[in-house]
Design a protein around this ligand. Sequence first.
Ligand code: NAD
Ligand code: ZN
Length: 250
Amino acid sequence: MREQSRDQYQAIAERLLSANHVVVSTGAGVSKESGVPTFREADGLWSKFRPEELANVDAFIRNPERVWEWYQWRRDLISKVKPNPGHYALVELDTLLNRFTLITQNVDNLHQVAGNEYVVELHGNIQRNKCHKCSKFFEEGSIVFEQGSLPKCDCGGLIRPDVVWFGEMLPEDAIQTAWIAAESCDIFLSIGTSAVVYPAAQLPYIAKDAGAFLVEINPEVTELSPLTDISIREASGVALPKIVAALKDL
Ligand code: NAD
Ligand code: ZN
């Protein structure tokens, strides 16, 4: 068993080294070892909260105070955590490999904190804010919550976290970059995502259709698993440093 998995790491490292373009797509699982809860697991956020009351536009219009309360709680939680060995291994991959595109569904900014300079953020970033009406951006710390009132833009619109809610379009430039990368890569790694939220979940299918080698890193089987060439059933904070080590050994 151990031998077999060592072979798998070596096979992935060889593919990475010979690839012209490597694409990595991450989800909440990559941040779990940092202490950020995932969504859909038994101990995830959705077992404690009702997402339909929190992560959608109607919820914000109906009850912006409640939605802000949830995001302030998550923002506070995320501000206290640090990247884990999985995040740092992805920074190393970026420096070791020819062409490397990192796409994430995460909004926690941990890839950037670890040192990945360019990250395609499909679902926004919880640290940023924007006006719900005119989309003007507001830096963290530049908005004020006064007693009994929520922060507003000059245009009168309510300010909200710059994340993508259910039913909303993804940022056009991010989705376009991700699509082109998936179509043109030689190897695609899907890491720490349950692979059910579209359109992000479509990216590995696009890559596979275009001939890419597909790797999944996730302790659990997902809907994507039957399609993958190699599935590593380990935590990303364990598996990714092993991939970096195998790459350095080549
Ligand atoms: P998800 O909760 O649906 O799935 C998480 C996946 O990670 C599961 O398949 C689980 O088996 C796997 N996992 C658990 N521990 C792992 C580990 N140590 N290493 C590798 N994999 C592990 O999350 P998702 O697929 O990212 O869902 C997408 C939505 O959730 C997005 O909208 C995203 O913005 C949002 N989200 C983001 C964060 C964050 O920014 N950290 C946290 C929760 C949810
Ligand atoms: Zn505005």
